[in-house]
Design a protein around this ligand. Sequence first.
Ligand SMILES: NC(=O)c1ccc[n+]([C@@H]2O[C@H](COP(=O)([O-])OP(=O)(O)OC[C@H]3O[C@@H](n4cnc5c(N)ncnc54)[C@H](OP(=O)(O)O)[C@@H]3O)[C@@H](O)[C@H]2O)c1
Length: 502
Amino acid sequence: MTAISHKQPPPPTAIVIFGANGDLTRRLIVPALYNLARTGMLPPRFALIGVDHNDKTTEDWQSNLKQFLAETLAKNNESLDEKLWQPIARGMNFLKGDFEDDGAYSKLADLLAELDIKDDLGGNALFYMAVADRFFAPIAGKLGKAGLARQDGRNFRRLIVEKPFGHDLASAKALNKCLLEYFAEEQIYRIDHFLGKETVQNIMALRFANGLFEPIWNRDRIDHVQITVAESIGIEGRGNFYEKTGALRDMLPNHLFQLVAMTAMEPPVSFEAEDIRAKKAEMFKAVHSLSLGDVVRGQYDAGSVAGQAVPAYRAEENVAADSNIETFVAARVLIDNWRWAGVPFYLRTGKRLATRSTEIAIRFKRAPFALFRETPMDELDADWLILRVQPDESIRLRFNAKRPGPAMALESVAMEFKYKDWFKQAPAVGYETLIYDCLIGDTTLFQRADQVEAAWGVVEPVLLGWESVAPRHFPNYSAGSEGPIAANDLLARDGRSWRAIK
Ligand SMILES: NC(=O)c1ccc[n+]([C@@H]2O[C@H](COP(=O)([O-])OP(=O)(O)OC[C@H]3O[C@@H](n4cnc5c(N)ncnc54)[C@H](OP(=O)(O)O)[C@@H]3O)[C@@H](O)[C@H]2O)c1
């Protein structure tokens, strides 16, 4: 997971995408392959097999994906570079088949064998399940039964599993059991695309490559941590999916907990994948299970976002008119270990909030007041370190400085490092890094079975509690606001308040 530019191209591989005509393939996987081609990091010899039940030929598949990619690039004033696209297009093979039909897997086995000989792929294959989660277990099982998961010590067979990984602890355990029937743990790559973001990986660089931060990264110096993943968009026509999921399942045990893990884990002894994953697993073990009193749920009402009137969640397509699904969740998480005892991590995420913003804000303890007795409390602000994940990726340190003039008046000022100013390039969207890491067999940025189960274990009491107690006062926040009032109360009872979402 170090910078791609320092790495070698991956070994020859057949990449098999289940869900070849889907949204993820079009919007993220193929652009990521194109970006890998741009940095010379595609395998030198590779095949791209697309499996889907929609009627398509290889030519249709190529031209649809090319057109979509060209349109996406055009939005950034870029035109598609044939030199980069051609190697991808040449490798493409469309295989029409149903994920639940054994026949599709014997055809796939034949095609893999044929391409392996033709393109000298060394028997390596990466199976990407870009499909709805109900297909994860059947596809893995059928690949296994067809003998396609088997490695012989010279080749590799790997499986990428998209999200969501389970809906609760029991289903996550059941899914792990199915996957592990034919694939070994080190063959399974459970994706959390937040971990592909440069800014998230940079948390480790900030903490462990600098002597400055780690000595103050503990309960002696840190008052609390706030992690916000705010979205201004609604459910974007995905009512069927969201009605079964909700904000907690969609965001907490995966994305938000990964941000907690990056912020709170102990330093690993090396940057080897297993050392990092072991430290994360250790941290998850120390997280208290959430109780109902630690969590606030919300659902958006009609309102206005960026000057546009938007409907209530209950008025969205494929959403029940009396739906009790939450579109916002805030939680107070405690980590029971030597470093973090007594330091709350406040998490919040929601749809239709004031603006799109993902950040980790670390609030340091206030300075003693002895020297500034005359300064009103609200003028002597505490110091903040704000790791901005998206948009406007940056790291900002807020601290107090003396305002010019004869009096000793203080003002909170900021020092800021912005990725785009310093590196003159936008941070990668993430899937490039994840696909590349999978091709070279680096599991650092992927979740291990025990991590996933531990995360579901933390939220399980809330899921059970919410099943039996209907939310009161839904909808309870206006679209375009900062979420429900109750979320403010969660911090107010600890004498704290949220940072503004901006
Ligand atoms: N889209 C995103 O932005 C995004 C982001 C992060 C994660 N993900 C995850 O990525 C996965 C895929 O999402 P997606 O949005 O790409 O889904 P999608 O658009 O529904 O793509 C799935 C593809 O599989 C096809 N398919 C469905 N049932 C099939 C069957 N039995 N046999 C063969 N083909 C079948 C679908 O065809 P039909 O259209 O005919 O059903 C569709 O072409 C999900 O796990 C999702 O949670 C998606």
